[in-house]
Ligand binder design. Structure first.
Ligand code: NAD
Ligand code: ZN
Length: 330
C-alpha cells in the first residue's frame, strides 16, 4: 500500500475509512495513517454515517489532496466510496476489499452509495476507485457463511459469460473451501475481468450490463420475503437456479442449464432451493407487488446456455411469466 501511494499518488494524504470489525481482525493497510471507523454491517450504509464520516474529515481539515482508503466489505466500499465521491466535490479513493463479494463485485464498476428507508442504494454516485488492492489473505478471518456467500457472484460470472470458468470453480471446490490463496487469486482475477469487461462497455447501465443481474430478480424477492435474514449471495444462488429453470420452461434456456448451475453452486457450498421457511406464496406476492411498481412487467436477465446470455430481440432481459414461476415453485 505504501509503495502504491508513493508511486501513484505521491502528493496525496491518505485517510482510512474502516469497518470496525475488520480493523479489529486485520492489520491496518497503512498503520500510521489516520483511521476513521464505523460499526460494520448493512445498518451503517446510511446518510447518517456518511454525514458523520464527512464531518470527521472536515474537522481534521482534510483538503482536496486527500485520498480515502476503504478497508472492509461491500458496505465499506459503497459508503467510503460515496464519502470520496462527495467530499470537496470528489477526492480519489482506493478500495482494500476484505470480503469475497467486495473483491469480485462491489469494488468493480464504480457504483457507490447508501441506503435510505425507501430502499437500498437509492442515494449514490458513480465514482470508481483509483485502485483496488485485493489480497486473498484478508479473507482468512471472514466467517464461513460470508465467505461462501460472495462466491455466488463468481458462479454467476461463469454462468452468464464463461462456462469454462464455471467448470473451473466447481472442479477447484476443495481449494476454494480451504481458501487457498493461489486459487483465490485466479478466481478474483477471472471474476473481476468478467465484470470489468461488461461494465466498461456499458458504464452507466444502458443495456448489456443487465446480464450482471442474472439470478437477482428472484433473489430480491427471496431476500424481502425472508425479512433480509437470507444473505444476498445465498438468495442469488437460489435465484440463479430458479431463473434458469424458468428460462428452460419458457424455451429460452437450454435444457440442463439449471442442473449445471445447481452443480456449480453446490460445489462451493451454496443453497440451490429456498429454505423451508420461505414459502412460494409470499415470494409470488412480493413479485406481483414488484410487477405493479414497475408498470406491469418484471424482467429477468436470462441465459441461453452456460456462458451465453439470452437476448430478447435487441434487449438483454426477458419479461417473466409469474404463473409459470408459480408452477415451478410449487
Ligand atoms: N457497488 C457495487 O457494485 C456493489 C455490488 C454488490 C454489492 N454491493 C454492496 O455490498 C454490500 C455487501 O457487502 P459484503 O457482503 O461484503 O458485506 P459487509 O461489508 O457488511 O461485510 C460482511 C460482514 O463481514 C465482516 N467482515 C468483512 N470483512 C471481514 C474479514 N476479512 N474478517 C472478518 N470479518 C469481516 C463485516 O464487519 C460485516 O459484518 C451491500 O451493501 C451491497 O449493496 C455493492
Ligand atoms: Zn448481487
Amino acid at each position: 500500500m505504501r509503495t502504491l501511494l508513493e508511486t501513484e499518488f505521491p502528493s496525496r494524504q491518505p485517510v482510512i475509512i474502516a469497518d470496525a470489525t475488520v480493523a479489529a481482525a486485520l492489520p491496518s493497510p497503512l498503520p500510521d495513517a489516520v483511521q476513521l471507523t464505523f460499526r460494520g454491517g448493512e445498518g451503517s450504509k446510511t446518510r447518517d454515517e456518511w454525514l458523520r464520516l464527512t464531518d470527521a474529515l472536515l474537522e481534521r481539515s482534510f483538503d482536496r489532496n486527500t485520498i480515502i482508503i476503504a478497508f472492509g466489505g461491500g458496505v465499506t466500499t459503497d459508503l467510503a466510496g460515496f464519502v470520496a465521491a462527495t467530499y470537496l466535490r470528489g477526492v480519489p479513493w482506493i478500495a482494500v476489499p476484505t470480503t469475497t463479494l467486495a473483491m469480485i463485485d462491489a469494488s468493480v464498476g464504480g457504483k457507490t452509495g447508501v441506503n435510505t428507508p425507501a430502499g437500498k442504494n437509492l442515494v449514490g454516485a458513480f465514482h470508481p476507485p483509483a485502485a483496488v488492492c485485493c489480497d486473498p489473505m484478508l479473507l482468512r478471518t471472514l466467517p464461513d457463511r460470508a465467505y461462501r456467500e460472495g462466491l455466488a457472484e463468481a458462479v454467476k460470472h461463469g454462468l452468464i459469460l464463461d462456462a469454462e470458468y464455471g467448470r473451473w470453480i466447481a472442479s477447484h471446490r476443495d481449494a476454494v473451501a480451504r481458501r487457498d490463496p493461489a486459487t483465490l487469486t485466479t478466481l478474483i482475477e477471472r471474476s473481476v475481468g468478467i465484470k470489468a469487461d461488461v461494465v466498461e462497455q456499458d458504464e452507466r447501465e444502458g443495456g448489456r450490463r443487465a446480464i450482471l443481474n442474472a439470478g437477482h430478480t428472484i433473489a430480491h424477492a427471496l431476500e424481502q420475503v425472508s425479512g433480509y435474514t437470507l444473505p444476498h449471495g445465498e438468495a442469488v444462488a437460489i435465484g440463479l437456479v430458479l431463473e434458469t429453470r424458468l428460462g428452460e420452461a419458457m424455451g429460452v434456456t437450454a435444457p440442463g442449464t439449471s442442473n449445471r448451475a445447481a452443480e456449480w453452486l453446490r460445489a462451493v457450498g451454496l443453497p440451490v432451493a429456498p429454505p423451508a421457511n420461505v414459502r412460494a406464496e409470499p415470494i409470488l406476492l412480493a413479485m406481483h407487488a414488484d410487477k405493479k411498481n414497475r408498470g406491469g412487467e418484471i424482467h429477468a436477465a436470462l441465459i441461453a446456455e452456460p456462458g451465453v446470455p439470452a437476448r430478447d430481440g435487441e434487449g438483454w432481459t426477458h419479461p417473466i411469466d409469474l404463473s409459470l414461476l408459480a408452477t415451478l415453485l410449487r
